[in-house]
Ligand binder design. Sequence first.
Ligand code: M6R
Length: 369
Amino acid sequence: EKGGWSSFMAKEVSEQPDAVANTLRGRITDGRVVVPELTEFGDDVLAGIRRIVIVACGTAAYAGQTAKYAIEKWAQVPVDVELSHEFRYRDPVLSADTLVISISQSGETMDTLMAVKYAMSLGAKAISICNTQGATIPRESDAVIYTHAGPEVAVASTKAFVAQITALYLFALHLARVRGSLPEAEQAAQVAELQAVPEKIATVLGVEDEVRQLARWMSDTRAVLFLGRHVGFPIALEGALKLKELAYIHAEGFAAGELKHGPIALIEPGQPVFVVVPSPRGSAHLHPKVVSNIQEIRARGARIIAIAEVGDAAVLPFADTVIHIPLAAPLFEPLLAVVPLQMFAMELARAKGLDVDQPRNLAKSVTVE
Ligand code: M6R
């Protein structure tokens, strides 16, 4: 039930602190990540993995793209992220030491199910990240790590997304532990970051009024661009997807570094651009590059909405609007930065009088190929 909320989506956006906290529960012991489902799957098998392929669609694929950075950094295993339907119908090279991880909120997405079955038929091991107990994809897989986001009713995925990233980070830290690739102190630091996420998301939920005003002001906008770099890149893609599906506005996400390779030609006076800005402390090498991207597009008349860390003074002179997120280590920023983008799409859809929970032409679960 919606309770007092205007939509299921509004309710689910607000439930994100719990979605993360519930996904962490029972998987952290004495400052270390021990995922019981993975121990059962076999720590020896995990120690022998040489490559990971993540298969998923839509928002779930963006959760995979975000987690790629963490898995490679902590566990030092190469990760490819593939759209399930693209993966299935080419001739992927897989072997017994390849681990396939599927991500699906519903666990019933036919494209992803077919990709998992195909990978298993070629000898790969398959782990599923799923939010629905007993769904088809986890039943077909060798192991499952359930996200505990609770039922997601709105077509637009929100709380499942942050729970998927959380589960993938738990996977990455478990893998790093069994492979001995991350010093104890580093593991403990990442665990502390994970445990702090629910409260930080709760803080970000406080930007609601600010975002609503922005959305009302922008309700006639015809196209919106999203820029991000490193883990901010998949968040830019997710922000654009949300806006397309909910507000029916043309939206595109770009890697900020790609701007000068083409997309900057799109910038004309008044063009709104959301920029996910990396932390000046945690990403000291990337922050100035993104600030310089902001300056370049600002000089061409773009209207900049920056999602930036509290206290980031460098963006202030160039951004028309700054939405602040709390301090977090770089890999954890996506879990915070995505929230205002979800809210923006939802509020813009509301401002246009659209059905937030059930956008046109879409189904919650896509059970045909
Ligand atoms: O149930 P799944 O996670 O497998 O669904 C995957 C996509 O269809 C889904 O994330 C879709 O992109 C959402 N509508 C995005 O909000």
